[in-house]
Design a protein around this ligand. Structure first.
Ligand code: ADP
Ligand code: ADP
Length: 226
């Protein structure tokens, strides 16, 4: 089974704009995969559909074989999502942002707390655990989003432009962190408009432009042909 399978994905927004024109994509379990493309190409729309924040117009999406139309709750359990916008409760403490999310997955409180501790430590946020989320810097908020997305130990982590607006030093430490969890078995998909980021991290790269996948290949082949 694939970590993610997308077949014939179409998205027409309410204004009639065709943002996705029938996308096919397969991401193998264990992969580190980039969806690379310019602004407006349809990256966020694609990830929005996979994370059920955006309704699709047509097509199939399966997460570890679980069809999102018929088996949504199991698909969601396998999936952690880091959207671009900080959509946590800004008034909650960092620690509570993470444990609250665990509650949505029905994780017992003791386990939720242990998991929150593990990921806040790994992401260098443990000394900020009692700080209200709104008081954190942009880079810290970004890392808090990642800790929250991992609290239920998903097998697939999806990040939308994870290092947008992040300084170079933090970008490198986030790359390191993502490489570590990929090595430990988590499949990772990220969107980016930086070739450099896809090149630094990913094994396979799909290029999306104006709602269509125009290339889908290994990084090695892509770089040889550039
Ligand atoms: P859906 O088809 O998923 O219901 P809508 O077309 O209803 O989406 O739009 C959702 C929201 O996004 C609306 O509030 C809309 O105003 C806003 N929106 C419209 N155009 C754009 C755009 N080009 N980029 C981002 N957001 C947009
Ligand atoms: P990317 O993430 O690659 O920058 P998006 O998926 O955000 O691209 O957007 C793809 C296209 O869909 C863009 O042309 C954008 O303006 C349009 N779009 C995004 N959201 C909406 C919306 N809610 N309503 C109408 N058009 C939208």
């Amino acid at each position: 089974t694939y970590a993610l399978e997308i077949e014939g994905l179409l998205k027409n927004y309410g204004d009639g704009f065709q943002a996705l024109k029938g996308i096919d994509l397969r991401v193998a379990e264990g992969d580190f995969f980039a969806l690379l493309g310019p602004n407006g190409a349809g990256k966020s729309t694609t990830l929005g559909i996979v994370s059920s924040l955006v309704n699709k117009t047509a097509g199939k999406v399966r997460v570890f074989g679980h069809d999102m139309d018929t088996d949504l709750s199991r698909a969601k359990l396998s999936l952690g999502v880091v959207p671009q916008e900080f959509n946590f409760n800004q008034f909650e403490k960092a620690f509570d942002v993470v444990t609250t999310q665990a509650g949505y997955y029905g994780i017992p409180l003791r386990q939720a707390k242990a998991s929150a501790e593990k990921y806040l430590k790994k992401l260098g946020l443990w000394d900020k655990r009692d700080t209200p989320a709104r008081m954190l810097s942009g880079g810290m908020k970004r890392r808090l989003m990642i800790a929250r997305a991992l609290v239920h130990e998903p097998k697939l982590l999806i990040l939308d432009e994870p290092t947008a607006g992040v300084d170079i030093e933090l970008r490198r430490s986030m790359w390191q962190f993502l490489e570590d969890i990929n090595r430990q078995g988590t499949t990772i998909i990220l969107t980016t408009h930086y070739l450099e980021e896809a090149e630094a991290l990913c094994r396979n790269i799909a290029i999306i432009d104006r709602g269509e996948i125009i290339r889908n290949t290994s990084k090695r082949d892509l770089l040889q042909q550039l």
